[in-house]
Ligand binder design. Structure first.
Ligand code: DX5
Ligand code: ZN
Length: 213
C-alpha cells in the first residue's frame, strides 16, 4: 500500500518545506492537485510550483491535473519534474492518445475517473495506463466526505486490472481516512491519497501516514 499525501491541505506559502516534511514523515509519493478554475472552480498551482518543489524532495511527484486541455501541459509538467501525470478521462477528447503522449514524454500515465463516470469509460485504455485514479469525491476541494459508492467501483477496477493490466496501480483520491482507506485497500486499491486526514491528524503527519499504511 502506497500513501500519497495531497498538498491541497498544506500551507501554500511553504510548499517546498511541506514536501520535505512529507518525505520526513514517511510518505511514498507526494500528490499535487493542479486546478485551473475552469475544469474545477478553484485555482491552485502550475508547473513552476512543481519545479520549485522538486528541489525539496526526492519522492515521486504524483501530479493530478484537474484542468481543461491537460494535453497542452504534458511537456511543462515533465520539465518541472512530475513522475506520474494523471488526466481526467472526462477532460480530454482522445484519452488513448494523451496517455501515450504522457508516456512518450517519459512519465507514468494516469487516468482519472469522476464519481459520475462509469468504469467502462476507461476500460479500453487500462492497458495503456500505469495508474487508474478512482475519484471518491467530486474534484475541486479537499476535506470532503468519502463517497461510499466508490467501494464497489474499486472492486470493479480490480477485476479490470486483473484481466487487462496486472501492473496497473489503483489510486483512490478524496475523503480517504483510516476507515475508508482500509475499506479501499481490502477491495484492491494500491495507492491512497489523503490531504485532510494527514494534515488534521491529532498525532501529526507521520502517525497519519503510518495509520493509512
Ligand atoms: C480533490 C483532490 C483530492 C483531495 C484529497 O479534487 O483531487 O486529492 O484534495 O484531499 P482530501 O483527502 O482532503 O479529500
Ligand atoms: Zn487529487
Amino acid at each position: 500500500m502506497m500513501v500519497a499525501p495531497s498538498l491541497l491541505s498544506a500551507d501554500f506559502s511553504r510548499l517546498g518545506e511541506e514536501c520535505a516534511a512529507l518525505e520526513e514523515a514517511g510518505a511514498d509519493w507526494i500528490h499535487f492537485d493542479v486546478m485551473d478554475g475552469a475544469y474545477v472552480p478553484r485555482i491552485t498551482i502550475g508547473p513552476v510550483v512543481v519545479e520549485h518543489c522538486r528541489r525539496w524532495s526526492k519522492l515521486p511527484f504524483d501530479v493530478h491535473l484537474m484542468i481543461d486541455h491537460p494535453e497542452s501541459q504534458i511537456e511543462a509538467f515533465r520539465d518541472a519534474g512530475a513522475t506520474t501525470l494523471s488526466v481526467h478521462v472526462e477532460a480530454v477528447t482522445h484519452i488513448h492518445r494523451v496517455l501515450h503522449q504522457i508516456r512518450e514524454a517519459g512519465m507514468r500515465a494516469g487516468v482519472c475517473l469522476n464519481p459520475g463516470s462509469p468504469l467502462g469509460r476507461v476500460e479500453p485504455v487500462l492497458p495503456e495506463a500505469d495508474l487508474l485514479v478512482i475519484m471518491s469525491v467530486n474534484p475541486g476541494w479537499g476535506g470532503q466526505a468519502f463517497i461510499e459508492a466508490s467501494l464497489g467501483r474499486i472492486q470493479q477496477a480490480r477485476a479490470l486490472r486483473d484481466r487487462l493490466n496486472p501492473k496497473l496501480d489503483i489510486e483512490v483520491d478524496g475523503g480517504v481516512n483510516a476507515l475508508s482507506g482500509r475499506q479501499c485497500a481490502q477491495r484492491g486499491a494500491t495507492v491512497l491519497v489523503a490531504g485532510h486526514f494527514v494534515y488534521s491528524h491529532p498525532q501529526g503527519k507521520r502517525a497519519a501516514i503510518a495509520e493509512l499504511r
